[in-house]
Write a protein that binds this ligand. Structure first.
Ligand code: IMP
Length: 431
């Protein structure tokens, strides 16, 4: 029966891991459908903090099966490290509950080297990638030259194909970028060793998800990154190389749209971005620093994957409206509302001025988005700490108004609000 899709409404880091964790309690399968270990999903359970890059956040519930779909690019070394790290902390990582699509593509050391070389050649116009080799792996995939996870079942063929791809990448690295080639034998050995560990996890994820849906089970599709990092509909070229939108869940897992009954957008109560590219509501001042936090807490605004400080700014409702439209959101969940406590007043961008014109919708051209000036609405803030609030009506009235205003501006009802990193620091709002 139902598939629920969870997507980020901004530039990633919206707190999807935490929301997926919250929703996973009622799911049978948690599925990642796009991206790779560029993602970093932080989940806090009791005193423990888990940082997940490839395995779906649902893994922390023992009865939830976890699958990684065809739309993903997999760094096998990171995946093994992540699985072993989970096992050390008592999480069941057996191949009975975790499955990996043979159709997903492998990331090699040459992809990571190419990512670094391209970024360095871009100079001032660097994208600010996570350097995980994501873009180059998807380039190989679309060029129909990539190495698929399923090739790990035949070590001789895997070795030949990896060798051929690494040698081709090395020619590009040396001739075009004038950097050191990567070791061919070490790359081949690394992948062959990884294959021994990972092959038991291979399964037809599309079929598994389909059969689960047919049997009336609930599948939670966990998006990575965010709407504005989508390859087609994000702020190209400052995007990732995959389909981060709700549509990507269908192609990335191999299921049809009629299974989907909820499309859940996760939006942070303010805006953050890592990497380069326009961000109209960015605050490069003390207010921005206050939103970022000092980095002492795991939930401060520093990248889970790279540790880079995130750019911070006021909430941008133009972006939320865009995310609602291109994903077809049925509802929204707001994270980190507690971080806004203590501000005397809060601002929300409701529209932009672009070259003297007022625009209500996200510009599709980067050069227009780059000069967009936010038109702000100012709202009263609240001073009380809200981390212990569990009922919407118990929030300070200014916080209630802020949430209601976000709903009205985005055009999507808010169903859940998080007021702290722990599982229980959540407020359900009646639709
Ligand atoms: P890539 O995905 O490593 O190629 O990076 C492309 C862009 O997406 C860069 O701006 C990254 O900072 C951004 N990005 C990729 N993954 C994430 C994520 O999980 N959260 C936030 N930004 C991300």
């Amino acid at each position: 029966m139902p598939a629920h899709i969870v997507v980020g409404m901004q530039w990633g880091d919206e707190g999807k891991g935490r929301i997926v964790d919250w929703l996973s309690g009622k799911a049978d399968i948690a599925a990642r459908y796009a991206g790779g270990d560029n993602a970093g999903h932080t989940v806090r359970v009791g005193d423990e903090t888990f940082k997940l890059h490839l395995v779906p956040s649902g893994v922390l519930y023992p009865n939830v099966k976890c699958v990684m779909g065809a739309g993903m690019v997999i760094n096998p070394i990171t995946l093994i490290r992540e699985l072993n790290g989970l096992a050390e902390r008592g999480i069941d990582i057996s191949p009975e509950r975790i499955h990996l699509s043979p159709r997903a593509h492998l990331i090699t050391s040459a992809h990571r080297a190419l990512d670094a070389a391209r970024e360095s050649q871009r100079g001032e116009s660097a994208i600010g990638t996570t350097m995980r080799g994501i873009g180059p792996a998807y380039v190989d995939k679309t060029a129909r030259e990539g190495v698929r996870v399923g090739e790990m079942v035949n070590l001789d063929r895997l070795a030949d194909h990896v060798r051929e791809r690494i040698e081709a990448a090395n020619r590009t690295l040396t001739d075009q970028y004038h950097v050191e080639p990567v070791g061919v034998n070490s790359a081949v050995d690394e992948l062959c060793k990884a294959a021994a560990f990972l092959t038991p996890y291979l399964a037809d994820v599309s079929l598994e998800v389909y059969e689960a849906l047919q049997a009336g089970k609930t599948v939670l599709c966990e998006g990575a990154q965010g709407t504005l990092l989508d390859l087609d509909h994000g702020g190209y070229p400052f995007v990732t190389s995959s389909s981060t939108l709700a549509g990507g869940a269908l192609t990335g897992l191999g299921i049809g749209p009629h299974h989907v009954d909820r499309v859940i957008g996760v939006g942070k109560a303010f805006t953050t971005r890592v990497g380069s590219g326009p961000m109209p509501t960015e605050l490069q001042d003390a207010l921005g620093n206050e939103l970022r936090g000092t980095g002492e807490n795991p939930w401060d605004e520093y990248g889970t994957t790279t540790g880079r400080p995130r750019r911070t700014g006021w909430l941008d409702a133009v972006i939320l409206r865009y995310a609602a439209r291109v994903n077809g959101l049925t509802e929204m969940m707001i994270t980190k509302l507690d971080i806004l406590s203590g501000f005397e007043e809060l601002k929300i961008a409701t529209e932009y001025t672009v070259n003297g014109q007022t625009v209500r919708h996200m510009p599709s051209e980067l050069n227009e988005f780059a000069v967009a000036q936010p038109i702000y609405e100012t709202m009263p803030g609240w001073l009380d700490d809200i981390v212990d609030v569990r009922e919407f009506n118990a929030l300070p009235s200014a916080a209630q108004h802020y949430v209601e205003r976000v709903e009205a501006l985005a055009g999507v009802p808010v169903r859940l609000i998080s007021v702290g990193p722990a599982r229980e620091q959540s407020i359900e709002k009646k639709l």
